[in-house]
Ligand binder design. Structure first.
Ligand code: HEC
Length: 426
């Protein structure tokens, strides 16, 4: 109490922030698979010890009922608490706890709609269900085609996104709940985690990918893939525009969702993966769980800012404002879809390695459109200039490359000068 008063008077609270900052919630008898923070600041934890922990001021209440490990917990906007687990059940906690629904396999993910009325659950049995919290009958959505790892509502509650073990990212329209889901992405590896913001969806995958796509079109927005797989946990704090991403190597990466940049990256656990992440309500603290039977909480402001050097030269980790113009043009307008190195790439477009002097449509194994396959264009300063002066839709009509024009002749010249040097490599 004294400290708090002194702190307010002196307006320098550094010591007490540090003292209070790195807190630990200890008490569970097994690893922590899920964590969430409620509207009133309560923290809920899901553990291998079959219980849900409900923490107030660091003290737990144990919510018992699951007959096996609890793997997912979530609070709704009005404080309703729902969990799912290896006992195949979805449970609603409160004065009279009850089973909201049952699956035929592990319940891997639960989410509550923005209006607080419905819980969605996804299971390894390959189904997604909606369960009204008022106890009325649940409803199954059209089957997603394989086990479900993650579900997330969009901010207005119209769409439910689902990530599956066979690499699909599906969008269900809840205003038309019988309709076939729209396939946004299909990978050859599982999609583990999803978060949905205003007009975008970010997902974390088994290949270590953290990617952001347009929630309507599926078009790529940003890619924050580091060399750490798999991605296992994500959380989003809309007011501060922060995304936290936890991976199998025990790191937590922070992404600025307004500028689409990595801001911080730190080793959160000495051993094992990060399975659970949740921001505090003001976004100033990140809570994380993993193999240890404790939740660790860090003040975000005290975590080291991200040093790109530790992950090599990756243009997307640098601030485009500080780059020479040609590189900035590439980073902003091309890097999402094109690599510059030789060899296979997972990006949507072919690598631009050794571009100049090369015939269009000739990167081995890249599935070109018919327009480029067999085209007689040779890429040169002149043809690349024309491509973005006129736009791909005019210069190579029928191509898969999206429409875009770079109207400034200087910007095109700087981009080409940068590409000439950056595409040479070995
Ligand atoms: C949203 C993804 C996307 C963006 C952004 C994009 N491209 Fe492409 N690009 C593609 C795709 C896909 C193809 C293959 C087109 C086809 O097969 O018709 C392609 C093809 C090309 C080709 C022909 C390559 C070849 O092997 O023949 C060049 C050159 C090219 N892009 C340059 C650029 C440059 C420079 C930029 C930035 C100003 C850019 N692209 C931005 C997706 C993109």
């Amino acid at each position: 109490m004294r400290l708090a008063v002194a702190c307010a008077v002196l307006f320098s609270c550094a010591t007490s922030v540090v003292a209070q900052g790195f807190t630990t919630l200890k008490g569970h008898g097994g690893p922590i698979m899920g964590v969430d923070v409620g509207p009133d600041g309560l923290i809920a934890t899901a553990s291998f010890d079959n219980s849900v922990g409900l923490w107030k001021d660091g003290e737990p209440t144990w919510l018992e009922g699951h007959d096996a490990a609890v793997v997912a917990v979530t609070f709704g906007p009005t404080g309703a608490l729902v969990s799912g687990g290896d006992d195949f059940t979805v449970r609603l906690w409160g004065e009279v706890p009850r089973v909201l629904g049952r699956h035929l396999g592990k319940v891997a993910t639960v989410a509550i709609s923005p209006d607080g009325r419905v819980a969605a659950s996804g299971s390894w049995d390959g189904t997604i269900h909606l369960w009204p919290l008022d106890g009325s009958a649940g409803q199954a959505l059209p089957v997603p085609g394989s086990g479900v790892n993650s579900v997330a509502f969009d901010p207005i509650g119209r769409f439910l996104f689902a990530g599956t073990s066979k690499g699909a990212l599906l969008r269900y329209d809840l205003w038309d709940p019988g309709a076939t889901p729209y396939p946004m992405i299909q990978h050859g590896f599982g999609v583990n985690q999803l978060i949905a913001g205003d007009g975008w969806v970010a997902y974390g995958a088994v290949d270590g990918g953290t990617r952001v796509i347009d929630a309507n079109t599926g078009a790529p927005i940003a890619d924050f893939t580091l060399d750490r797989r798999p991605i296992l946990a994500m959380d989003y704090h809309p007011d501060t525009g922060q995304i936290a991403v936890g991976d199998g190597h025990g790191y937590i990466m922070m992404v600025d969702a307004d500028k689409w940049r990595i801001t911080r990256d730190f080793r959160a656990t000495r051993r094992g993966p990060v399975w659970a992440l949740a921001f505090s309500n003001d976004g100033s603290v990140i809570h994380a769980g993993g193999l240890d039977d404790a939740v660790y909480s860090w003040p975000v402001a005290l975590l080291g800012t991200f040093d790109p050097a530790i992950d090599g030269e990756r243009a997307f980790l640098r601030d485009p404002e500080t780059m020479p113009n040609g590189e900035r043009q590439f980073t902003r307008k091309c890097a999402i879809c094109h690599a510059l190195e030789a060899g296979p790439s997972r990006k949507a477009g072919p690598t631009l390695h050794a571009l100049f002097g090369r015939r269009a449509g000739t990167v081995p194994d890249y599935p070109y459109s018919q327009t480029l396959d067999g085209s007689d264009i040779i890429w040169s300063e002149e043809t690349v200039d024309a491509l973005f002066d006129e736009g791909p839709d005019h210069y190579i009509p029928g191509s898969k490359m999206p429409m875009q024009v770079i109207s400034g002749a200087d910007d095109r010249a700087d981009l080409i000068a940068y590409l000439k040097q950056a595409t040479m490599g070995d």
